[in-house]
Design a protein around this ligand. Structure first.
Ligand SMILES: *Cc1c(COP(=O)(O)O)cnc(C)c1O
Length: 420
């Protein structure tokens, strides 16, 4: 195997690491929970702050570029990451808020189709949202929310999902990448299967956007949504996004607000809602400029890196490298790899399963490695292709080996916080 230094020297994307603020003395492998700040994101954030300071209200029209069109121009820059037309993307709201908007827009229960299909591995917040839409329409979630089971508690079988598209299902929603195991679903195949059975289908791309290419338009997906603070590195709670397939652009937004009004009529202040003829119809209120600005800088870096395809290539090389190191360095310590091994089935992180996962994560943090624990027994390691090096991966696994060898994790209390 080539040395990590040789791999880094051969990496065409290595120069982007210098664009980021890396936490001093740490190996950061938690970019799938919160991506790091880049200088570019910081510059754009500071620009908005300065414009606010000097222009006040006139920033909406006189800033460079004017704030008023910022969410639309950022949406156009983001569209290639998910394989969408610019008009099919809105950069707005939060992940869960956007799911609420999409359900308000797409969930139209009617006899006999009055079931929402999801899966038991889905992100809890998404399930909360699905249940609340059923309850709001007087439908009992116990009967009208159907969750496809996972056979191994970590992954989903495409056949199990496809078999669940029965005639009473109106809408299906899955995560493109499972947040625990990192399993990547085949969006094209699922969309075909859903549409064949007359089911609307949408995807949560929070764990895939910025790490995995999507072809939402080509795949014919009805809708999708995501956050921008993981692999997109746009900052804590950054503005999220929505994909709305163009065949749905005449659909009335379920939750209407003045930023969903056509741009040329938004400031006419009419009490009649004339929705935008595109995904921005799903915007509700004034854009959150301060948590939008960093995304603009971050997307510049994605464009300069050549887009999502070379980033995915590097991401796969990094996770491959990590898996190889786990196999060569950590045998006999009780770890199993819980993520799918095949490239087309895995997202941007690997997941190590160990009964002592929580205590091992505490020891890793003390050793200067930032991992991510997911209850009850998973350690997630996410190398971010823009800023993680092969040397980082090698050093992290070496630290993990030391911890296991010396059993230093045993100094931590076995009782783990209920909420982590
Ligand atoms: C991170 C994440 C979310 C987060 O939702 P917020 O509304 O931004 O808190 C939702 N779904 C998935 C799959 C995620 O990974």
């Amino acid at each position: 195997m080539r040395s990590p230094a040789a791999l880094d020297r051969a990496d065409p994307l290595a120069r982007f690491r210098a664009e980021f603020h890396l936490p001093p003395g740490k190996i950061y492998l938690d970019g799938n929970s919160l991506g790091l700040l880049s200088q570019r994101a910081e510059t754009h954030l500071n620009r908005i702050v300065n414009e606010w300071r000097t222009l006040g209200i006139e920033g909406w029209t006189d800033a460079n570029p004017p704030w008023v069109g910022l969410s639309e121009s950022i949406a156009a820059n983001l569209a290639p990451l998910v394989g969408a037309l610019p008009a099919e993307v809105a950069v707005t709201g939060s992940t869960t808020g956007n799911l609420h908007q999409l359900l308000a827009t797409f969930f139209t229960p009617d006899s006999p189709r009055n079931v929402i299909l999801a899966d038991e591995l889905n992100f809890p917040s998404d399930i909360h949202a699905l249940k609340s839409h059923l309850t709001q329409r007087g439908l009992d979630p116990a009967k009208h929310l159907r969750l496809v089971r996972s056979r191994d508690g970590l992954t989903l079988q495409i056949d199990d999902l496809a078999a669940a598209f029965t005639d009473d299902v109106q809408l299906a929603m899955f995560s493109a990448v499972q947040f625990k195991s990192g399993q990547l679903l085949d969006l094209a195949a699922l969309t075909r299967a859903a549409h064949k059975r007359g089911v609307m289908i949408g995807f949560d791309c929070s764990h895939s956007i910025g790490a995995v290419p999507h072809e939402l338009s080509n795949d014919g997906v009805d809708f999708a949504f995501w956050c921008s603070y993981k692999y997109l590195n746009a900052g804590p709670g950054a503005v999220g996004g929505i994909y709305l397939n163009q065949r749905h652009h005449a659909r009335a937004p379920g939750l209407a607000g003045w930023w969903g009004v056509r741009r040329d009529q938004r400031f006419a202040m009419s009490l009649d809602h004339a929705p935008s003829p595109d995904a921005s119809a799903l915007q509700i209120g004034t854009p959150h400029l301060l948590s939008l600005a960093p995304l603009q800088g971050s997307l510049e870096l994605f464009a300069e890196a050549g887009g999502i395809v070379p980033l995915r290539q590097k991401s796969l090389e990094l996770t491959d490298y990590l898996m190889t190191l786990v196999e060569s360095e950590l045998t006999g310590f009780g770890f199993t790899l819980a993520n799918p091994h095949l490239a087309h089935e895995r997202g941007g992180h690997i997941a190590l399963r160990h009964p002592e996962a929580w205590r091992i994560c505490q020891a890793l943090k003390i050793a200067g490695v930032v991992p991510d624990f997911r209850t009850p027994d998973l350690i997630r390691l996410a190398p971010a292709p823009l800023y993680t090096s092969f040397a980082d991966c090698a050093a992290a696994i070496a630290k993990l080996r030391e911890i296991m060898h010396a059993k230093t994790y045993e100094i931590f209390s076995e009782t783990r916080a209920a909420v982590t």
